[in-house]
Every structure is written in C-alpha cells, then in structure tokens.
Design a protein around this ligand. Structure first.
Ligand SMILES: C[C@@H]1O[C@H](OP(=O)(O)OP(=O)(O)OC[C@H]2O[C@@H](n3ccc(=O)[nH]c3=O)[C@H](O)[C@@H]2O)[C@H](O)[C@H](O)[C@H]1O
Length: 467
C-alpha cells in the first residue's frame, strides 16, 4: 500500500554496536525526524547513553529502544561496544549481539514499523522482517568502492579469498582499472589476530546475507564522488542501491561552554594556536597500534615541529603506557595529548586545525574533508586501507610510507609526511585540493537532497505489514 505524499513513515534503525556505526545511524535518524518521520532507534543501554543528546525539537520523533545486551563471557559486564572490547574479542561481542534477535523480533512485531534499516552484523534480520511484512534496507557505512571490492553477496558468502595475498589484487568482478586494493600488511596483521570464530559465522558471510536478503541498499557516499563504483555496485547487487550522501554531522554552532570539560580544555589550547597550524591525530574508536609503532608516531610528531592535538583511545585491557615517558614534557606547549573520548567534530571545525592524521575510518574521512582538513593517512584495519587507496587515487591527502609486508613505519617518515601536508610548499596544491572538497563532503543542504530521494523511495514502497 503506497504511502501518500504527506503521510509519515515509521522507520526502525538497528546499527551494529560500534560508535563508527551508531553515530551515522543517529545522523540519518535525525534527518528523517527533521522531515517529520518517526524513528525507533534500537540499541543497548550503554550505547544509547553514549550518544549525543537529541536536540529538543527531535526528541518526540526519535524513540530509543533499549535492549539489554546479554553478558559476554570473560569480558567486563559494561562491554557493549567495539571500543569496549579488544579487537581479538570482537566475535564474542557479535555472539552477544546475535542474542538480541528475540527481543528485536518482539519489538518489531509489537511496533510494526514501515521499514527497518540495519547493519552488516544483522544477517538474521531480513527473514524476521519479511515474515512481519516490514520493508528492510541494509545501510552501508562503507563507501561504494569498498563494497565493490568486497563483492556480490554470493562471493561474500562463499569468498574464495583466504590468504592476505588474495586481498592485494583487483577481484575478477571489477571490470575496470583500479588501485582500490589492500596492502599485504593491512590484511595479514588481522587475519590471525581474531579469536577462534565463536559465532560460527564470519563477517564476510554476515555481509553477504545482510546485503543479499535486503529489499534495498543505502550507501553513505555519493555518485558524484564514486561514479563508476555506484554503477558497478548496482550491477553486482541487482537491486535498488541509493546514496545517502555523506551525511555531514551537525556541528553545534556555539563552541561556547556546553559543560564539556574536555572540550573546554582542548578549546583553550586550540585558541592559542595559529589558524590551520595544528594537525589533529586520531585513529578512531577501534584501531590500536603496537607499542613500538605508537612510539614512532610520537617521535615523528615531535620531529615534525608541527603543533599537534593527539586523541589517544582508552584501550580496554592495555596495561603498558600508550606513549613514551617524558614525551609531553619534551614537546611542551607545541603538542597536546588527550587519552579518552574527545568531541572530534568540534575539534575538526576549529579554525586552528589544518590537518588530520587519521586511520581513514569513513566517518573521519567525511568529517575531515567536510572541514577541508588535509588528511594524512595511516590506515590500520577493516576497510581503511581501501578508503586510503580510493582517496589517494583521487590525489587527496598524503599517506605515511610503510613497509609493504609488515606495515612498519618510522618517525622520520611520519615527520616528513606531516610537514609535507602542513607546511612544505610542495604540499600547497594538496592543501588547496582538499579545501575544494569541503562543499562535496560538508555541505548539508546539498547532501540532504540524497536523503529526500531515499525517503521518496521508502514512501513509494510503503508498507503492507500485518497487524
Ligand atoms: C564506518 C567504519 O566504522 C569504524 O569506525 P572507527 O571508529 O574506527 O572510525 P570512524 O569511522 O572514523 O568513526 C569514529 C567516529 O567517532 C567519532 N569520535 C571518535 C573518537 C573520539 O574520541 N571522539 C569522536 O567523536 C568520530 O567523530 C567519528 O564520527 C571502522 O573504523 C571502519 O573503518 C569505518 O569505516
């Protein structure tokens, strides 16, 4: 039954338990709510608690559905997100997540939304939605080129690629020239590091079913940036594929004191720096580097003589100190280190920040380019290496040189790359090029047009759900 033009949709949102997923799911939820639609945002208590507070005008349109996560054996009871759990235990978190199937099914049966928008880990959700007559869309927080590299659902479910070398070449289903491939070390480091697969299902198979059994796929990117990849993706998926645009996050205009002591301290330091002079350093909420590489990164920042703000993740169960003793004293006021969560979007929006040394997680890419900050790439895991190849293939940003096989990098190459991005005349063209990306990645009015098309599509499919 088609929804009339002025009728509102009820959309359930069900992101994976990772901040890099929860935040963009919340951003698109806010856009749907701003357009007058109703959203049920399903997650677990601690993850909901961590989300930015809703603006008052949206709190009646977005309902948080809090489902307790079953305890994870051998992990602290508060472990509810990928950032609470060491990388090697991520599969245990997915096992607990899979136990949400029953409460999620009950919620959907009771609330009967028109659509459910879900993530790659919910391979079990499509048949539940079908049985309840609810339309279902897979929302990819990975861009189109990364999805194409991963392949069609059939290849995800029966992925013939098993060794790290298999992921360093262009797969057979990509019919054109491409340098979007992994480097050996970007795969090798993580193939052996995850625990014995306790879930009985790999991430690749989760992707395969979540995509293959969806009614539509929504992708956080835009055809203007990845034209050939969207054409290929539609061919690989043989189903409706819609760009959501980049979903640039809202920036609270007022930088004034919002009660966030961390921001107050960081802002006080940033306010003292020259415009565009600071490189902001963050490797996201899941990546972690071995101690010796953290030391090389620290020494490289020190040698660069460029002012830096380094947000270090508070890593669960990591005992040894994250940075070399005496580092902060040696760099004095030229560098600031913060261990723990920071308001990244506010930091990137501050005029003193000119560059972003990043692991190339897609949220960070969108946020950094949205403010025209020059990216300095240090990809670590997941599809970050593919994102780096995509951007470098478009001559965006600079990449820290690393040993192809083991990924090792050295302080001198960190210092040289940071100076190239931030100071050297040789980097001037790169700084200009990135400033030109601000409109495409950061313009909210332009990007929201993609969400309008998405909503029209969702309305056109309406709902024929039971009950
Ligand atoms: C989609 C996928 O999600 C994951 O996200 P991850 O957390 O690693 O990094 P981001 O995508 O930058 O996402 C991190 C998000 O958390 C925010 N943030 C982070 C740290 C902090 O202290 N404060 C903040 O506000 C940041 O602004 C961004 O929005 C995987 O890497 C994957 O490669 C990526 O493509």
């Amino acid at each position: 039954m088609e929804k009339k033009e002025d009728e509102t949709l009820h959309v359930a949102m069900f992101p994976w338990l990772a901040m890099g997923h929860l935040l963009p799911f919340l951003n698109i939820s806010k856009l749907l709510a701003q357009k007058g639609h109703k959203v049920s945002f399903i997650s677990t208590p601690r993850n909901i608690e961590r989300l930015p507070k809703l603006p008052p005008n949206l709190s009646s349109s977005i309902t948080f559905v809090s489902l307790p996560l079953p305890p994870i054996p051998n992990l602290p009871p508060s472990s509810e997100s990928s950032m609470d759990v060491p990388y090697i235990n991520q599969q245990s978190l997915k096992s607990a997540f899979d136990l949400l199937q029953l409460p999620v099914t009950e919620f959907l049966r009771r609330s009967s939304p028109d659509w459910i928008i879900y993530d790659y880990t919910s391979h079990w959700l499509p048949p539940v939605a079908t049985e309840l007559g609810i339309k279902k869309a897979f929302f990819s927080l990975f861009n189109a080129s990364a999805l194409c590299f991963m392949g069609p659902p059939s290849s995800l479910i029966e992925d013939a690629r098993t060794t790290p070398d298999d992921f360093t070449v262009v797969p057979p289903w990509i019919p054109f020239e491409s340098d979007v491939v992994f480097r050996y070390h970007e795969v090798a480091r993580y193939v052996e590091k995850t625990e014995e697969d306790v879930t009985g299902i790999s991430d690749s198979v989760r992707f395969g079913y979540s995509i293959g059994e969806s009614d539509a796929v929504f992708v956080r990117s835009c055809p203007e940036f990845e034209p050939e990849w969207f054409v290929l993706l539609r061919d690989l998926y043989q189903k409706p594929v819609f760009p959501t645009g980049f979903l640039p996050p809202p920036v609270s205009e007022d930088h004034e004191d919002d009660g966030d002591a961390t921001w107050a301290r960081i802002k006080e330091w940033l306010d003292k720096q020259r415009v565009n002079s600071v490189v902001y350093v963050s490797l996201g909420t899941e990546a972690s580097l071995p101690r010796e590489e953290l030391a090389e990164l620290a020494l490289g920042l020190e040698k660069s003589k460029v002012p830096f703000l380094w947000a270090l993740r508070n890593e669960p169960t990591r005992s040894e100190p994250l940075i070399p003793d005496g580092f902060e004293e040696r760099v004095g006021g030229r560098g600031m280190v913060h261990v723990g969560w920071v308001p990244q979007v506010k930091i990137l929006s501050h005029e003193s920040v000119g560059g972003f040394l990043t692991h190339c997680g897609w949220n960070s890419v969108v946020e950094g380019l949205g403010f025209g900050r020059v990216p300095i790439f240090l990809p670590v895991l997941n599809e970050q290496g593919l994102n780096t190849r995509l951007l470098r293939g478009k001559d965006i940003g600079v990449e820290i040189p690393r040993n192809e096989r083991d990924g090792r990098f050295w302080s001198d190459s960190v210092a040289d790359t940071v100076r190239l991005a931030m100071i050297d005349d040789a980097g001037e063209l790169k700084r200009t090029k990135v400033k030109m990306m601000k409109g495409l990645f950061g313009n909210r009015d332009e990007n929201i047009l993609y969400v309008d098309e998405l909503i029209d599509y969702m309305k056109s499919k309406g709902s024929s759900h039971v009950g």
